[in-house]
Design a protein around this ligand. Structure first.
Ligand code: NAP
Length: 281
């Protein structure tokens, strides 16, 4: 058993957090890289994120992952934000800096792009439909455009959030970006990324099946099967993947920020996949 006085402590803070796979992922990274650390789940009260994180760090914690619903609050709490976290207004990784403060990072977008490189090696110039305009969509939009996407259409249930995100991307210098609603989305897409949380309650964004026919479909929700992957298969998608690879990828990038070593993702992804079921396309 790890002696908490002798190893560096990390944690994921969320509410709820009991389901989080992050402790298992970081334990596997630590074993693989020979790093000595502990990683725990902490459920913060909905009105107690700042107090919970401050207590953990003051008690010797060396870094924090942040999950639902605190990513936006974490962006306000840290003293500094790296560029993607600032654009997303969402932080999933808190890293101490040399001045005794804390920097907020968002590794969700780079984690998704890392997984796309595994699933669609060498893919560039993709026409991408991004479903959702919440924290996860904001975190992946710019990394997708910096990576495999040539154009990005953002469709969201609340249309104004999609158009606002598209406008911010255009102001940041990205071309070929549009925002729309689910029922007004049109076009032909190579890749459709579901960044809505509809699947957590068994739902699917109400888009036309034509939009996914022939496209590769990626669901940020993960599991042996997900409602969106099932629906996309029936609608004629060319391929499907759930978000487990993104989860392990974003965790690997957080581990690198904390420990200075990037773990090898595929063996850990295979280990976690075996635990939850399903397959990696
Ligand atoms: P969020 O900020 O709460 O945003 C939720 C998004 O889903 C919004 O666009 C919302 O639309 C939409 N939505 C919610 N319920 C819906 C429904 N019934 N039908 C259609 N759209 C619906 O959450 P988030 O942080 O962006 O997370 C989104 C999802 O990504 C979650 O399921 C999360 O678990 C997953 N995620 C996965 C990873 C990974 O590593 N695999 C990383 C980050 C997030 P409105 O704007 O209209 O409310």
């Amino acid at each position: 058993m790890l002696d908490r006085n002798e190893v560096d402590r990390y944690a994921v803070v969320g509410n709820p957090v009991a389901h989080s796979l992050s402790p298992a992922i970081h334990a596997a990274f630590a074993k693989q890289t020979g790093e000595s650390l502990s990683y725990e789940r902490i459920e913060a009260p909905l009105d107690g994120f700042a107090r919970t994180v401050a207590d953990f760090l003051a008690g010797g914690g060396r870094g924090v992952n942040v999950t639902v619903p605190f990513k936006g609050e974490a962006a306000s709490w840290v003293g500094k934000l790296e560029a993607n976290a600032a654009f997303a207004e969402a932080v999933n990784t808190i890293v101490p800096d040399e001045a005794g403060g804390y920097v907020g990072h968002n590794t969700d977008g780079p984690g998704l792009v890392m997984d796309m490189e595994r699933l669609l090696p060498g893919a560039t110039g993709l026409s991408v439909l991004l479903l959702g305009a919440g924290g996860a969509a904001r975190g992946v939009a710019a990394p997708l455009l910096d990576g495999p996407a040539r154009s990005l259409t953002i469709a969201n249930r609340t249309v104004s959030r999609a158009t606002a995100l598209a406008e911010r991307l255009r102001k940041a210098g990205y071309g070929s970006v549009a925002g729309t609603g689910f029922d007004t989305a049109t076009g032909s897409f190579d890749l459709v990324v579901n960044a809505t949380s509809a699947g957590l309650a068994g739902g699917v964004p109400s888009i036309a099946p034509d939009l996914v026919r022939g496209a590769y479909c990626y669901d940020m929700v993960y599991g042996a099967t997900t409602p969106f992957c099932r629906w996309a298969a029936e609608a004629g998608a060319a391929g499907m993947a759930d978000g487990l690879g993104m989860l392990v990828g974003q965790a690997a990038l957080a581990f690198e920020l904390w420990r200075g070593v990037l773990p090898d993702v595929p063996p850990v992804l295979a280990q976690i996949r075996a635990r939850i079921g399903g397959s990696d396309a």
